[in-house]
Design a protein around this ligand. Structure first.
Ligand SMILES: [Zn+2]
Ligand SMILES: [Zn+2]
Length: 361
């Protein structure tokens, strides 16, 4: 296994994360041991660390649920995975309950989330169930120039977006509004486009709009604009393009209350409002409006493992770009990265790279 395995554990709310050696790491019969290439820092991690969101497993616990890496050891029932590159689903369902059998892994009552139910990916190594792992073809990956560490975002940010696009039924000719095009919405915007949606991207950050601009039909900077003004702008765009004035699909990815309230204002008749990502805010959802509009609200939790290969394929064939949305840091800088991410000071989603397991910029 090389150098001594370590993980960075959370010991209490806002307490510095602590580097700890890992003593014994041996996979059970249905588990694998993974040498981690990268682990993304998600808003959910920040909620565990800074807000009143408890982890299901008691502290101390390593956070991190956005993991890619290599399987270096496996139990007897999982030997096929040894030496393969993988993405670990952020929510690992059991695979044999009623929900799993009906393709509803998001609500599997036995699901395990790294960094919540079990030690997570801010570590050099992790043991996880083999069920649901997504294999990465490393030869194809090498041809793309994307690093395995970059694919950490496929574990959650890109796949949560993928599931939301599937569940909202985005198709040819749909007008899709993505509110917040950072570390989650950047993927939602691109993926919605691959499903045939005409995508309108909204953000208050001109830089983020510039990065997704070439993949979207319209970008709108919401700074200084009221929700009504945004709706008018989208409506005018729809009219110019011959798109519908009803049935808009709103993908809310801003993760802030003010952003979410603004996005909610865009819901129209026959529309869908889907929330991607966790937030502790209490959005104002006006039921009479939804009723009158015959609109739907969808909350989105993770992504079932069977959709991962399709999401990964979009990355490998270049239709969804990931590297522009990722910044890599050494795992040793985890405390500084958490502080910066919490302060909104990072330009992109941070992926932490363990020492000796890859390269960090
Ligand atoms: Zn997450
Ligand atoms: Zn299950």
């Amino acid at each position: 296994m090389g150098a001594t395995p370590v993980r960075w554990v959370m010991t209490g709310k806002g307490q510095p994360l602590v580097r700890m050696p890992i003593d014994a790491l041996s996979p059970g019969p249905d588990e694998v041991l993974i040498e981690i290439a990268g682990c993304g820092v998600c808003r959910t991690d920040l909620s565990f660390y800074y807000d009143q969101v408890p982890t299901r497993h008691a502290l101390p616990l390593a956070l991190g649920h956005e993991i890619s890496g290599h399987v270096v050891e496996a139990g007897d029932n999982a030997l096929w995975w040894v030496d393969r590159a993988v993405v670990v689903p952020a929510l690992i369902p059991c695979g044999h309950c009623d929900a799993c059998h009906h393709g509803r892994a998001a609500v599997c009552p036995n699901q395990k989330m790294p960094g919540n139910d079990i030690h997570g990916g801010f570590a050099t190594h992790i043991v996880v169930p083999a069920h649901g792992l997504c294999e990465v073809d490393e030869e194809r990956l090498a041809a793309t120039g994307i690093e395995l560490a970059d694919l950490a975002v496929v574990a959650d940010a890109a796949t949560s977006s993928f599931q939301a696009v599937v569940e909202t039924g985005v198709g040819e000719g749909d007008l899709v509004v993505v509110n917040g095009v950072g570390g989650v919405g950047g993927y939602a915007a691109q993926i919605a486009g691959t499903f045939g949606g005409t995508v309108v991207a909204i953000d208050i950050n001109a830089d983020k709009l510039r990065v997704v601009g070439s993949r979207c039909a319209l970008t709108l900077n919401a700074r200084g604009k009221t929700p009504a003004e945004l709706k008018d702008a989208i409506s005018a765009f729809a009219q110019a393009r011959g798109l519908r004035q009803t049935g808009w699909i709103i993908l809310e990815c801003s993760g802030t209350q003010i952003g979410r309230d603004a996005a909610y204002h865009l819901v129209n008749q026959d529309g869908v409002f889907a929330v991607i990502g966790c937030s502790m805010d209490r959005p104002e959802i006006r039921h009479p409006n939804l009723l009158q509009f015959h609109a739907r609200v969808i909350e989105n939790q993770g992504c079932p493992p069977e959709l991962y290969p399709q999401a990964l394929e979009l990355v490998l064939n270049g239709r969804v770009r990931v590297t522009e949305f990722v910044e890599k840091h050494h795992l040793d800088e985890i405390n500084e990265v958490f502080t910066a991410a919490h302060a909104g000071a990072l330009k992109r989603r941070a992926v932490l790279i363990p020492p000796d397991n890859g390269t960090a910029a």
